[in-house]
Design a binder for this molecule. Structure first.
Ligand SMILES: [Zn+2]
Length: 143
């Protein structure tokens, strides 16, 4: 006689263990430089890169996961509206791990832009200076 097979739930997702601590990530955002910087970035980049609506959040294309060098990498930032930012965060960034590709996320943004015929580029905004250095020619899929 066959023994009944017990249903074993899969182990819970443990992705957070490979990231830096939540406190370290919070500290990056609480840094007063970021509050000031992100406002400035959005003032130079007033439209959502993905849909063209008003920009409301600075997204890190490659999720920083607490890494300060990626957090402050100037050509890793893109202006998004809350709707697009929430979408990429839940669909692409949430379970992203260091070493994973960012191509699916960039492709998603590129497809939205193509649908809406959006052509503007992201302005690179230097930290602690006025003005911007120029536009990123395009956000490359092979980044
Ligand atoms: Zn948007």
């Amino acid at each position: 006689m066959k023994k009944p097979t017990l249903f074993k739930p899969k182990q819970g997702l443990s992705g957070s263990k490979s990231f830096n601590g939540r406190k370290q990530i919070d500290d990056l955002y609480k840094n007063s430089d970021w509050a000031e910087y992100s406002k400035k970035f959005l003032s130079y980049n007033p439209q959502c890169y993905s849909c063209g609506e008003r920009s409301e959040a600075v997204d890190h294309i490659e999720p920083h996961k607490g890494r300060e060098n990626i957090f402050w990498k100037l050509d890793n930032m893109v202006p998004l509206c809350h709707k697009c930012h929430n979408f990429v965060t839940s669909k692409f960034d949430r379970y992203w791990k260091i070493g994973n590709s960012v191509v699916p996320k960039i492709k998603w943004m590129a497809e939205n832009r193509a649908i809406k015929n959006i052509n503007f580029r992201v302005k690179v905004v230097p930290k602690g200076m006025s003005g911007h250095t120029g536009d990123i020619s395009e956000i490359l899929v092979n980044k």
